[in-house]
Design a protein around this ligand. Structure first.
Ligand SMILES: NC(=O)c1ccc[n+]([C@@H]2O[C@H](COP(=O)([O-])OP(=O)(O)OC[C@H]3O[C@@H](n4cnc5c(N)ncnc54)[C@H](O)[C@@H]3O)[C@@H](O)[C@H]2O)c1
Length: 253
Protein backbone atom coordinates (compact mmCIF):
# COMPACT_ATOMS: atom_id res chain seq x y z
CA UNK A 1 0.00 0.00 0.00
CA UNK A 2 1.42 3.33 -1.13
CA UNK A 3 1.25 6.04 1.55
CA UNK A 4 2.27 9.13 -0.40
CA UNK A 5 -0.56 11.70 -0.23
CA UNK A 6 -2.64 9.32 1.86
CA UNK A 7 -4.21 9.93 5.25
CA UNK A 8 -3.89 7.87 8.42
CA UNK A 9 -5.26 7.95 11.95
CA UNK A 10 -3.35 6.76 15.02
CA UNK A 11 -5.02 6.55 18.44
CA UNK A 12 -2.81 6.98 21.48
CA UNK A 13 -0.60 8.91 19.07
CA UNK A 14 0.66 11.34 21.72
CA UNK A 15 2.94 8.83 23.42
CA UNK A 16 4.95 5.62 23.22
CA UNK A 17 4.08 3.11 20.50
CA UNK A 18 1.47 5.42 18.95
CA UNK A 19 3.80 8.44 18.70
CA UNK A 20 6.50 6.33 17.03
CA UNK A 21 3.87 5.05 14.58
CA UNK A 22 2.75 8.59 13.75
CA UNK A 23 6.36 9.54 12.92
CA UNK A 24 6.97 6.44 10.80
CA UNK A 25 3.77 6.85 8.77
CA UNK A 26 4.43 10.57 8.27
CA UNK A 27 7.98 9.82 7.07
CA UNK A 28 6.43 7.62 4.37
CA UNK A 29 4.18 10.41 3.13
CA UNK A 30 0.95 10.02 5.11
CA UNK A 31 -0.82 12.94 6.74
CA UNK A 32 -1.58 11.56 10.16
CA UNK A 33 -4.38 12.47 12.57
CA UNK A 34 -2.97 12.11 16.09
CA UNK A 35 -5.98 11.06 18.17
CA UNK A 36 -5.32 11.16 21.90
CA UNK A 37 -7.03 12.40 25.04
CA UNK A 38 -3.77 14.16 25.89
CA UNK A 39 -4.37 17.37 23.95
CA UNK A 40 -0.92 18.94 24.43
CA UNK A 41 0.85 15.69 23.61
CA UNK A 42 -1.24 15.14 20.48
CA UNK A 43 -0.46 18.66 19.30
CA UNK A 44 3.26 18.28 19.91
CA UNK A 45 3.52 14.97 18.02
CA UNK A 46 1.28 16.23 15.21
CA UNK A 47 3.33 19.43 14.84
CA UNK A 48 6.57 17.43 14.66
CA UNK A 49 5.12 15.05 12.06
CA UNK A 50 3.24 17.62 9.98
CA UNK A 51 -0.04 15.98 10.98
CA UNK A 52 -3.28 17.01 12.61
CA UNK A 53 -4.01 16.68 16.35
CA UNK A 54 -7.39 15.50 17.57
CA UNK A 55 -8.07 15.66 21.30
CA UNK A 56 -10.67 13.14 22.37
CA UNK A 57 -11.52 9.92 24.09
CA UNK A 58 -11.63 6.66 22.12
CA UNK A 59 -14.42 5.37 24.37
CA UNK A 60 -16.68 8.14 23.01
CA UNK A 61 -18.18 7.02 19.66
CA UNK A 62 -18.95 10.61 18.59
CA UNK A 63 -15.38 11.74 19.18
CA UNK A 64 -14.17 8.72 17.20
CA UNK A 65 -16.46 9.64 14.29
CA UNK A 66 -15.17 13.22 14.31
CA UNK A 67 -11.55 12.06 14.39
CA UNK A 68 -12.14 9.67 11.49
CA UNK A 69 -13.98 12.41 9.53
CA UNK A 70 -10.99 14.70 10.05
CA UNK A 71 -8.67 11.98 8.75
CA UNK A 72 -10.89 11.34 5.72
CA UNK A 73 -10.93 15.06 4.88
CA UNK A 74 -7.14 15.25 4.86
CA UNK A 75 -6.50 12.82 2.03
CA UNK A 76 -7.41 9.29 0.98
CA UNK A 77 -7.77 7.46 4.30
CA UNK A 78 -5.73 4.27 4.03
CA UNK A 79 -4.49 3.39 7.52
CA UNK A 80 -5.96 3.25 11.05
CA UNK A 81 -3.78 2.18 13.96
CA UNK A 82 -5.21 1.64 17.44
CA UNK A 83 -2.63 2.23 20.16
CA UNK A 84 -4.71 3.97 22.85
CA UNK A 85 -4.84 1.69 25.84
CA UNK A 86 -3.53 1.01 29.29
CA UNK A 87 -3.13 -1.65 31.96
CA UNK A 88 -4.80 -2.55 35.25
CA UNK A 89 -3.27 -4.62 38.04
CA UNK A 90 -5.71 -6.47 40.31
CA UNK A 91 -6.07 -10.09 41.33
CA UNK A 92 -9.25 -12.19 41.20
CA UNK A 93 -9.30 -11.91 44.99
CA UNK A 94 -7.05 -9.52 46.90
CA UNK A 95 -5.01 -10.16 50.07
CA UNK A 96 -8.05 -9.46 52.26
CA UNK A 97 -10.08 -11.99 50.25
CA UNK A 98 -12.17 -9.31 48.51
CA UNK A 99 -13.20 -10.03 44.90
CA UNK A 100 -11.82 -8.05 41.94
CA UNK A 101 -13.66 -4.71 41.74
CA UNK A 102 -15.83 -4.67 38.62
CA UNK A 103 -15.05 -0.98 38.02
CA UNK A 104 -11.44 -1.67 37.04
CA UNK A 105 -12.55 -4.49 34.76
CA UNK A 106 -15.20 -2.34 33.09
CA UNK A 107 -12.82 0.60 32.71
CA UNK A 108 -10.27 -1.53 30.88
CA UNK A 109 -12.79 -3.30 28.65
CA UNK A 110 -14.20 0.09 27.72
CA UNK A 111 -10.81 1.59 26.86
CA UNK A 112 -8.93 -1.34 25.34
CA UNK A 113 -11.81 -3.16 23.65
CA UNK A 114 -14.60 -0.65 22.97
CA UNK A 115 -12.06 2.07 22.10
CA UNK A 116 -10.49 -0.24 19.52
CA UNK A 117 -13.94 -1.31 18.26
CA UNK A 118 -15.07 2.33 17.90
CA UNK A 119 -12.14 3.48 15.79
CA UNK A 120 -11.84 0.25 13.80
CA UNK A 121 -15.50 0.25 12.75
CA UNK A 122 -15.68 3.96 11.93
CA UNK A 123 -12.35 3.96 10.10
CA UNK A 124 -13.40 0.86 8.13
CA UNK A 125 -16.61 2.60 7.00
CA UNK A 126 -14.62 5.64 5.83
CA UNK A 127 -11.89 3.58 4.12
CA UNK A 128 -14.57 1.49 2.37
CA UNK A 129 -15.81 4.67 0.62
CA UNK A 130 -12.42 5.40 -0.97
CA UNK A 131 -11.35 4.41 -4.46
CA UNK A 132 -9.32 1.21 -4.33
CA UNK A 133 -5.74 1.14 -5.56
CA UNK A 134 -5.00 -0.73 -8.81
CA UNK A 135 -4.71 -4.02 -6.93
CA UNK A 136 -8.13 -3.61 -5.26
CA UNK A 137 -6.75 -2.68 -1.86
CA UNK A 138 -8.36 0.18 0.06
CA UNK A 139 -6.62 0.16 3.41
CA UNK A 140 -5.18 -1.48 6.48
CA UNK A 141 -6.27 -1.50 10.13
CA UNK A 142 -3.72 -2.39 12.80
CA UNK A 143 -4.83 -3.00 16.39
CA UNK A 144 -2.61 -3.38 19.44
CA UNK A 145 -3.01 -6.30 21.81
CA UNK A 146 -0.27 -7.58 24.13
CA UNK A 147 1.51 -10.84 24.86
CA UNK A 148 -0.70 -10.73 27.98
CA UNK A 149 -3.50 -11.93 25.70
CA UNK A 150 -1.68 -15.31 25.74
CA UNK A 151 0.64 -15.24 28.79
CA UNK A 152 -1.46 -13.32 31.31
CA UNK A 153 0.45 -12.79 34.55
CA UNK A 154 -0.75 -12.64 38.14
CA UNK A 155 -2.89 -9.53 38.49
CA UNK A 156 -3.60 -9.28 34.75
CA UNK A 157 -7.15 -10.65 34.70
CA UNK A 158 -8.68 -7.48 33.25
CA UNK A 159 -5.73 -6.61 31.00
CA UNK A 160 -5.47 -10.12 29.52
CA UNK A 161 -9.24 -10.27 28.97
CA UNK A 162 -9.20 -6.94 27.16
CA UNK A 163 -6.23 -7.84 24.96
CA UNK A 164 -7.68 -11.29 24.31
CA UNK A 165 -10.76 -9.53 22.95
CA UNK A 166 -8.57 -7.44 20.61
CA UNK A 167 -6.95 -10.69 19.40
CA UNK A 168 -10.41 -12.23 18.95
CA UNK A 169 -11.66 -9.36 16.79
CA UNK A 170 -8.82 -9.73 14.28
CA UNK A 171 -9.94 -12.60 12.08
CA UNK A 172 -13.67 -11.81 11.94
CA UNK A 173 -12.87 -8.17 11.15
CA UNK A 174 -10.47 -9.23 8.38
CA UNK A 175 -13.16 -11.57 7.00
CA UNK A 176 -15.89 -8.91 7.19
CA UNK A 177 -13.70 -6.33 5.47
CA UNK A 178 -12.21 -8.58 2.77
CA UNK A 179 -15.07 -7.64 0.43
CA UNK A 180 -13.99 -4.00 0.52
CA UNK A 181 -10.25 -4.66 0.28
CA UNK A 182 -9.30 -3.74 3.84
CA UNK A 183 -6.79 -5.87 5.74
CA UNK A 184 -6.85 -6.19 9.53
CA UNK A 185 -3.90 -7.20 11.70
CA UNK A 186 -3.04 -7.12 15.36
CA UNK A 187 0.36 -6.64 16.94
CA UNK A 188 0.92 -8.27 20.34
CA UNK A 189 3.90 -6.42 21.84
CA UNK A 190 6.08 -7.82 24.59
CA UNK A 191 7.97 -5.38 26.84
CA UNK A 192 8.49 -1.98 25.24
CA UNK A 193 10.38 1.02 26.48
CA UNK A 194 7.54 3.56 26.58
CA UNK A 195 6.33 6.00 29.26
CA UNK A 196 4.31 3.05 30.59
CA UNK A 197 7.59 1.47 31.79
CA UNK A 198 9.67 4.67 32.14
CA UNK A 199 8.39 5.20 35.67
CA UNK A 200 10.15 2.03 36.86
CA UNK A 201 13.62 2.31 38.44
CA UNK A 202 16.49 1.76 35.97
CA UNK A 203 17.48 -1.51 37.69
CA UNK A 204 13.97 -2.93 37.28
CA UNK A 205 13.88 -1.88 33.63
CA UNK A 206 17.22 -3.60 33.06
CA UNK A 207 15.94 -6.75 34.77
CA UNK A 208 12.87 -6.71 32.51
CA UNK A 209 15.16 -6.42 29.46
CA UNK A 210 17.22 -9.36 30.76
CA UNK A 211 14.07 -11.49 30.87
CA UNK A 212 13.69 -11.29 27.08
CA UNK A 213 14.91 -14.38 25.16
CA UNK A 214 16.99 -12.51 22.56
CA UNK A 215 17.89 -9.72 22.24
CA UNK A 216 17.97 -9.16 26.01
CA UNK A 217 16.52 -5.68 25.72
CA UNK A 218 13.25 -3.84 26.02
CA UNK A 219 11.67 -3.24 22.63
CA UNK A 220 11.90 0.26 21.18
CA UNK A 221 8.76 2.09 20.00
CA UNK A 222 10.47 2.55 16.60
CA UNK A 223 10.54 -1.26 16.24
CA UNK A 224 6.77 -1.39 16.80
CA UNK A 225 6.33 1.41 14.24
CA UNK A 226 8.55 -0.48 11.79
CA UNK A 227 6.23 -3.48 12.04
CA UNK A 228 3.21 -1.27 11.36
CA UNK A 229 4.95 0.06 8.24
CA UNK A 230 5.88 -3.50 7.17
CA UNK A 231 2.26 -4.63 7.67
CA UNK A 232 0.99 -1.72 5.59
CA UNK A 233 3.53 -2.50 2.85
CA UNK A 234 3.01 -6.27 2.66
CA UNK A 235 -0.40 -6.89 1.10
CA UNK A 236 -0.29 -10.65 1.71
CA UNK A 237 -0.43 -10.17 5.49
CA UNK A 238 -4.00 -10.35 6.76
CA UNK A 239 -6.15 -11.65 9.61
CA UNK A 240 -3.13 -12.43 11.80
CA UNK A 241 -1.87 -11.59 15.27
CA UNK A 242 1.88 -10.98 15.27
CA UNK A 243 3.85 -11.22 18.51
CA UNK A 244 6.63 -8.64 18.62
CA UNK A 245 8.45 -9.69 21.75
CA UNK A 246 12.04 -10.92 21.30
CA UNK A 247 10.71 -14.45 21.94
CA UNK A 248 9.63 -13.73 25.52
CA UNK A 249 7.04 -15.94 27.21
CA UNK A 250 5.83 -14.20 30.34
CA UNK A 251 6.13 -16.15 33.60
CA UNK A 252 3.30 -16.12 36.17
CA UNK A 253 4.79 -13.03 37.84
N1 LIG B 1 4.67 -0.56 26.42
C1 LIG B 1 4.54 -1.88 26.45
O1 LIG B 1 5.43 -2.60 26.92
C2 LIG B 1 3.30 -2.53 25.90
C3 LIG B 1 3.28 -3.92 25.83
C4 LIG B 1 2.17 -4.56 25.32
C5 LIG B 1 1.08 -3.83 24.87
N2 LIG B 1 1.12 -2.48 24.96
C6 LIG B 1 -0.07 -1.76 24.50
O2 LIG B 1 0.30 -0.79 23.54
C7 LIG B 1 -0.57 0.32 23.60
C8 LIG B 1 0.24 1.59 23.72
O3 LIG B 1 1.03 1.51 24.90
P1 LIG B 1 2.20 2.54 25.23
O4 LIG B 1 3.19 1.79 25.99
O5 LIG B 1 2.59 3.27 24.00
O6 LIG B 1 1.41 3.47 26.26
P2 LIG B 1 1.51 5.05 26.53
O7 LIG B 1 0.90 5.23 27.87
O8 LIG B 1 2.87 5.56 26.26
O9 LIG B 1 0.52 5.66 25.42
C9 LIG B 1 -0.85 5.43 25.45
C10 LIG B 1 -1.54 6.66 24.90
O10 LIG B 1 -2.94 6.41 24.87
C11 LIG B 1 -3.62 7.59 25.27
N3 LIG B 1 -4.94 7.23 25.78
C12 LIG B 1 -5.21 6.54 26.92
N4 LIG B 1 -6.53 6.44 27.09
C13 LIG B 1 -7.11 7.10 26.05
C14 LIG B 1 -8.45 7.38 25.68
N5 LIG B 1 -9.48 6.93 26.44
N6 LIG B 1 -8.67 8.06 24.54
C15 LIG B 1 -7.66 8.51 23.79
N7 LIG B 1 -6.36 8.30 24.10
C16 LIG B 1 -6.09 7.61 25.22
C17 LIG B 1 -2.72 8.18 26.35
O11 LIG B 1 -3.01 9.55 26.55
C18 LIG B 1 -1.34 7.93 25.77
O12 LIG B 1 -0.90 9.00 24.97
C19 LIG B 1 -1.52 0.05 24.79
O13 LIG B 1 -2.71 -0.50 24.30
C20 LIG B 1 -0.76 -0.98 25.61
O14 LIG B 1 -1.64 -1.82 26.34
C21 LIG B 1 2.20 -1.82 25.45
Amino acid sequence: MELTNSSAIVTGGASGLGAATVRALAERGARVVVFDRNEAGAKQVADEAGGEPFAGDVTDPEACQKAVDLAAEGGVLRVAVNCAGTGWAERVINREGKPHDIRGFEFLMRLNVIGTFNVMTKAAAAIAKTEPSVDGERGVIVNTASVAAFDGQIGQLAYSASKGAVVGMTLPAARDLSVVGIRVLTIAPGLFDTPLLASLPEEQRRALGESVLFPKLLGQPSQFAQLVVDIVGNRYLNGEVIRLDGGIRMPPR
